[in-house]
Design a binder for this molecule. Sequence first.
Ligand code: NAP
Length: 498
Amino acid sequence: MTVIDTATPAEAPAVRAGRLFVGGKWREASDGGRADVVAPATGRKLTDVAKATIQDVDDAVRAARAAFDSGIWSGLSGRERSRVLHRAHDLIRERAEELAYVESQDAGKPITFARVVDVEHSALQYEYAASLGQHLDGSVRETPGNTHAYVRREPLGVVAAITPFNFPLILSSTKIATALVAGNTVVHKPASDTPLTALLIAEILQEAGVPDGVFNVITGSGAQLGDHLVTHPDVDKVAFTGSTDVGAHVAELAGRSLRPVTAELGGNAANILFADADLDQALGAIIPAFVFNAGQFCMAGPRLLVERPLYDVVLGILADAVPGVPFGDITDPTTVIGPLASQNQLDKVSALVQAARDAGARVIAGGEKVDLDGGFYYRPTVLADVDNDNPAVAEEVFGPVLTVQPFDTEDEAVALANSTPFGLASGIQTSNLAKAHRVAAKLDAGITWVNGWALLDPSVPFGGVKKSGWGREYGPEALDSYLRSKSIVINLDEGAGR
Ligand code: NAP
């Protein structure tokens, strides 16, 4: 087996071995199958991991079910689980450099961002979820008559946590930490393109004291294993993040057995730049909103709507500024834009930009692949002269591509922003606070940022409307989706219960 071939600060045994984590034990796939993991920065094999089979899914779900039913985790108090998750948080911080390195190599992330975004936010998620463990109290209800009524908050059971390729650590942390603090057990299936940090998290959770079987990782193909996992009779909830198409498919399957699903899906957010904005500050939100993570983030801001008096000015600034954003070597701490995560992503983005040009888009910057060390690099790209039907506007590009459209009135800006089937994020750049509140209330999106972009905190709920999905992650709202309430009403009449 080829292992990560660049000098590494620490090669974790779990990543080296690339095995499944089932019932607290590391093991190969039942048929011995392996799948290659490719480094986006070089296009070469980084390592390989076990390719789980249906039997492995069954084993992982069985382990999670048995652990849940035994009460070894679900029977602890929230406070006890909280302590374990605080230890996990501490271990993530202790192993931050190793996690950042593996995430950077596996997903093609510039190392600085892997450190300050991916690992940092993963740690924050565990810390925040641990704090929620102190507040799992139920409630007492005032009922007429001689009864005592109270409501318990109970875990759901076995959670299938399925994540996409773009933020492996952060997106798994939101699910795993919240599911665990609520008392559930978890079977995690990371994306095939970026499975490595899930193995490190398994090691960390075990070391933190999560009992065997409570957390399980199966690496393998979603197309081959996904349907079986989400319809497994012993799975009680599906927590899915990924594309709208696969999310809708998962929700349909889970819906047949009335299994709860949270679905965090695609996005195509608009960023509205009003002429009264502080332009320097606004550009500090506009450019990162489409280049960060090479544009592969659900909450990216790939559609810039500019009030007409600023339209040509902004195009000129972007034409000058975007080519200068540090691009290339992901091990260089100054790099901002790395490669796309896979050949597939590179092909998709190239095809979409070509389709946008064919439909009349004018290229202001970028618009081409870059041949660099065999990696999957695409230049940050700005497109003007696009209408709502242009494919780069109408579809989720999921690459470092910005379209720029002018608007004349506030109502037109809102209509353009909302003219997409998606509704995950949105942004308003203005110095007029009254306008900011007014427009924010009209935008069809789960979150709106004013004078900034991607201002995230584990306490602030995040999720979509329309085709961006159901449910919320982050905040106490996320915890609610991993718990159910049980009402208990006791007859206090003399003699009752004897
Ligand atoms: P994807 O193709 O939908 O895959 C997501 C996950 O689902 C992967 O683990 C995949 O496994 C698995 N999967 C595939 N088929 C399945 C099936 N039939 N049943 C169950 N699971 C199945 O998404 P992606 O391309 O990795 O990620 C990009 C998408 O995610 C974008 O649309 C982006 O907007 C969205 N996203 C949304 C959020 C949010 O919070 N709203 C956050 C990040 C990303 P394999 O990898 O093995 O195929």
